[in-house]
Design a protein around this ligand. Structure first.
Ligand code: ZN
Ligand code: FE
Length: 240
């Protein structure tokens, strides 16, 4: 079974340290800053088998080569973006799988934020690494893709189950909550969850990982019924 622990990096990014409970195999997701990531790996025993990359942005990949050099890990990312990712040892596409110890991740192409964005899902542990595609109470900006792509990417993640742990790339939840309350003011589940987020953040507690059940109930981007609804929400959020 895979467990996921967040590693705060940069100003508001999270890298994720994954560990297979039965073998001790360890991976880091999106290691964009070396010192805090290396400290987390060392604190967990100093073993690193794999580096998983969700997309090519610097705030997700910048520390990859240094971490690889230090621990000798296998670097895994999207085949479609191999030309602009650190050198990949394993290049993946939709429907592929990748193993960490005794666990296997399903790979989903989740374009919208970037063309080559991928997400990893470990059913054994219910761990979803979704980078800048699905955020808690939000979704990534459409920097390279369009609303139709993001709509279908979010739909792929939404069906993974209510108990899925959403391990995304940024602590944007409080800011996302402000827009969500504005966009969907009559949703009691959102009001309750936003209050919980405020309490967590006031206490200095990360809001992640979140549970998919809460996202399905409260995240307006995940609740958009049509591509047009999602496009409208995204455009309003961009100018909020
Ligand atoms: Zn990004
Ligand atoms: Fe990012």
């Amino acid at each position: 079974m895979i467990t996921a622990h967040l590693v705060p990096i940069l100003s508001d990014n999270y890298a994720w340290l994954l560990r297979c409970g039965s073998t001790g195999a360890t991976a880091i997701v999106d290691p964009a800053e070396v010192a805090p990531v290396a400290a987390a790996i060392d604190a967990a025993g100093g073993r690193l088998d794999m580096i998983l990359l969700t997309h090519h942005h610097g705030d997700h990949i910048a520390g990859t080569d240094a971490i690889r050099a230090r621990y000798g890990a296998t670097v895994v990312g999207a085949r479609a973006d191999a030309h602009r990712l650190p050198k990949l040892d394993i290049a993946l596409a939709e429907g592929d799988t990748v193993s960490l110890g005794a666990a296997t991740a399903q790979v989903f192409e989740t374009p919208g934020h970037t063309r080559g964005h991928i997400s990893f899902f470990f059913p054994d542990g219910n761990v979803l690494l979704c980078g800048d595609t699905l955020f808690s109470l939000g979704c990534g900006r459409l920097l390279e893709g369009n609303a139709a792509e993001m709509f279908s990417s979010l739909a792929k993640l939404a069906v993974l189950g209510p108990d899925v742990l959403v391990c995304c790339g940024h602590e944007y939840t409080a800011s996302n909550a402000r827009f969500a309350l504005h966009a969907d003011p009559a949703n009691p589940a959102l009001a309750a969850y936003a209050a919980q987020v405020t309490a967590w953040r006031d206490a200095g507690t990360p809001s992640l990982p979140s549970r998919m059940a809460d996202e399905l109930a409260a995240n307006p981007f995940l609740r958009a019924r049509t591509v047009a609804d999602l496009a409208d929400l995204r455009a309003r959020k961009d100018n909020f």
